[in-house]
Every structure is written in C-alpha cells, then in structure tokens.
Design a binder for this molecule. Structure first.
Ligand SMILES: Cc1cc2nc3c(=O)[nH]c(=O)nc-3n(C[C@H](O)[C@H](O)[C@H](O)COP(=O)(O)O)c2cc1C
Length: 205
C-alpha cells in the first residue's frame, strides 16, 4: 500500500472478523515498530503477541466489561459533540475490541525513569519513543490490511496483564493494542478535522 494511503486509511478499528492473522504478518508489523525513532538508540522494547484466547482473557481480566453510554454522559471533560459521539461508541467497547481481536499486542518499555513524576521533559523521552514505535506498528498493520485499537491500562490492569504473561517488574505497558481484520461494517468514528490553514504557521505564529 502506498505510504500516504496507509496514513489516510489508519483509524481505530473496534470490530473484527474471526480471521486469524498469520504469525509472519504479525512479525513484519512488529519489526516495523523497531524502525521507529528512539531517544537512546537501544530500542529495548519488548512486544508480547497474545493470540491464545485463554491467555487473552487472563490478560484482559482487569479491563472494564460493562461500561455504557451512560458512563460517557457522566464524563465532564467531554465538550465537543463529535468527540462525545466517538466516546459513546468507543467506551462500551473497551473489552470487546480487545477480546474479539485476532491478537492483543502488549508493548513493553523499560522503566528507566519515573515517567509518572518526570523532573523535566527529557525524562519522558523513553515514553515518547515507545509511542513512536506504536504508531509505526499501527501504520504497518494498516498497510497489511489489518485494523488496530488502543487502550491505556488503568488501575490494576497493568498488574493483571503482568501476572498473566509474566513480564518482569522493570517493564511497563504504555497501551494494549487490539489487532485483526476489520469487520465489513466496522465503524470508523467521525473525527474533527483540524483546519490546516489555521493551525499551520509559516515563520511566525
Ligand atoms: C495516547 C492515546 C490513548 C488512547 N486511548 C484509547 C483508549 O483507552 N481507548 C480507546 O478506545 N481508544 C483510545 N485511543 C484511540 C483514540 O480514541 C483514537 O485514535 C482517536 O479517537 C482518533 O480516532 P482514529 O484512531 O479512528 O483516527 C487512544 C489514542 C491515543 C493516541
């Protein structure tokens, strides 16, 4: 797929077919993650690809299963109607979008600094770098005809996934990634389209 076409087609996919993704395809997609820029040259990220439904269920045990649009309506930080519509669709799917994916990919980054209490911006470099790898992965998945979604683990979700997969204490999960073949009628939520003419500045703001 042409590069800009992959960029245009990438979107969050939360509904999948039952088709498995071949291991070779997952390998290519994860190899693309390692082509991302990294602050310290190490790229010492790990990725756990969970394709076994029993392990997946254990990994996702902490993810809320019963969220509804009513929960969204109580979220006071949502101000825009398009944003709200997108949350009303996505929030109730937090568990199913991962559990019904062909694989859940768990990126892992080494906790070299306390990213939750950074002393300055450079302390977040390792976190920024792993997110570059996640975007590479997502675009590669799109080019392979797959769809992805993301969930940020909250509360005990990370610890539950650690217990289920046995990754060491020194690693943290930036997000869970659900990946699979998009269902024919998979919803692509409407997005606000930034106005380049207003947001792109030449020379001065
Ligand atoms: C840092 C980050 C955190 C996100 N967290 C979640 C999440 O917890 N659950 C979810 O369903 N989507 C999550 N998303 C996906 C966004 O909702 C989605 O990318 C956004 O609405 C734009 O839609 P699109 O991906 O279809 O273009 C996250 C995306 C990013 C970049």
């Amino acid at each position: 797929m042409e590069f800009y076409e992959a960029i245009r087609r990438r979107s969050s996919v939360r509904e999948f077919t039952d088709e498995a993704i071949p291991e070779e395809t997952l390998r290519r997609i994860i190899a693309a993650a390692y082509q991302a820029p990294a602050n310290d040259h190490f790229r010492d990220w790990h990725f756990i690809a969970v394709t076994d439904k029993t392990v997946m269920r254990e990994v996702l045990e902490g993810v809320p299963k019963n969220l509804t649009v009513k929960d969204v309506d109580q979220m006071t930080f949502i101000s825009d109607p398009v944003q709200k519509e997108s949350y009303r669709f996505a929030v109730p799917k937090q568990y199913s979008m991962l559990m019904n994916a062909a694989a859940v990919i768990i990126p892992l980054m080494k906790k070299k600094v306390d990213v939750l209490h950074p002393a300055d911006l450079s302390h977040l470099n390792c976190f920024a770098s792993v997110w570059c790898s996640i975007e590479n992965l997502w675009l590669a998945a799109t080019a392979e005809g797959c769809g992805c979604n993301l969930r940020i683990p909250c509360g005990s979700e990370e610890e539950t996934a650690r217990q289920a997969t046995g990754f060491p204490e020194e690693y943290m999960i930036p997000c869970f990634i659900g990946i699979g073949r998009p269902a024919a009628d998979a919803v692509r939520t409407k997005q606000l389209v930034p106005d380049l003419e207003k947001q792109l500045h030449w020379q001065k703001f």
